[in-house]
Write a protein that binds this ligand. Structure first.
Ligand SMILES: [Fe+2]
Length: 344
């Protein structure tokens, strides 16, 4: 049995065979193109014409001349090729080729029999081919989705990188917070999808600081009340920057809520408890840990242990206790939390 390929040579690919002359079709080169000499044999001809094609005697039939020697070698004297009907409305799907060691083996009734058998094969192939096409389409969609995900991730990382030019401290901070937040989310058993959303939000959570004068961001001493208000404005600026980007997750809302606190003491809205999304509550804990544990202009860094004891004191008050527990669990054993901060 052969399949009519759509390549430039119009190859007939052997897709199966049986019988004593099986070796005859091994490595055989057949085309269904009229321009090709191998396209004049029953296999190629029946595909092209969509009608059965018979070789009565391979020793005398001109159409079989290119194969006369080979046919002799395998004891073939006559053959019939019957087209397997198209499965998609195009050319024949392929051919059913039957050989015989005697000349004139295929009369009208034999041809009719093999013709209807080829048609049955065609009907049987239709759902299989349709499934193949469907599988290809699904695969193509998956590839497109992966490319989109990669592009989205790269865009977020490019946004985060632009911060590095203006404010290297904030850029490094966002990266570390993203690592801590995703580690906590994984520890809490959250889905890959949520972990990815959290990573994206964390990588740009302070992007609104581009709207804050840089001498305030790098000021080595305590900020005035007005300066604090200006710095706090970064959550709203961040939200405004991100809100119109059609992320598949609520990145802008997570960013807007990352300074909200469980007891309503946060900003900008003083949201409480479940009014704050879980992603924003995780981001709040990761942000607090990183800000206190590592180097910053003001106040000076406390180190991870001191930072965690402060976080512990806030668990269940301003910070989500379950999220804090997950952060502590990351310190068990080889202290993955410390290495996350060190590596990021
Ligand atoms: Fe922030």
């Amino acid at each position: 049995m052969g399949k009519a390929e759509d390549d430039s040579n119009k190859t007939v690919a052997v897709i199966g065979g049986t019988g004593s002359a099986l070796a005859y079709i091994k490595n055989i080169s057949v085309s269904w193109s009229e321009q090709n000499v191998t396209g004049l044999v029953p296999g190629g001809t029946c595909i092209r014409t969509a009608k059965p094609n018979v070789i009565k005697d391979s020793e005398v039939d001109e159409g079989f001349l290119p194969w006369m020697v080979r046919a002799r070698e395998y004891g073939i004297r006559s053959a019939v090729g019957c087209p397997i009907p198209s499965v998609d409305g195009g050319h024949s799907y392929g051919c059913l080729l039957v050989d015989s060691k005697v000349p004139n083996a295929f009369g009208d009734s034999e041809v009719q029999l093999f013709e209807s058998l080829a048609q049955e094969i065609g009907f049987g192939l239709r759902p299989i081919e349709r499934q193949h096409k469907l599988d290809d389409q699904i695969h193509e969609k998956q590839l497109t989705q992966e490319r989109l995900d990669d592009a989205l991730r790269a865009t977020i990382e490019a946004m985060a990188k632009t911060m590095e030019w203006r404010d290297p401290y904030t850029a490094g901070h966002q990266k570390k917070v993203a690592s801590i937040a995703t580690a906590i989310a994984k520890k809490m058993g959250m889905s890959d999808e949520t972990v990815q959303a959290l990573y994206m939000a964390a990588m740009v959570h302070d992007i609104g600081k581009v709207a804050v004068p840089s001498d305030i961001l790098t000021k080595p001493t305590r900020l005035t009340d007005l300066e604090i208000k200006l710095v706090q404005g970064h959550v709203e600026s961040g939200y405004q920057i991100l809100k119109d980007v059609p992320f598949p997750w609520p990145i802008a809302d997570i960013v807007r809520q990352h300074h909200e606190r469980l007891d309503g003491s946060g900003y900008p809205f003083g949201l409480k408890g479940d009014e704050i999304s879980l992603a924003a509550r995780i981001l709040a804990v990761a942000d607090t840990i990183e800000a206190m544990a590592t180097h910053r202009p003001y106040p000076p860094a406390k180190g991870l242990v001191a930072a965690m004891s402060q976080v512990h004191a806030e668990a269940g008050i301003s910070l989500d206790a379950k999220v804090v527990d997950a952060a502590f669990a990351l310190m068990d054993g080889d202290n993955a939390l410390q290495s996350t901060i060190d590596i990021a």
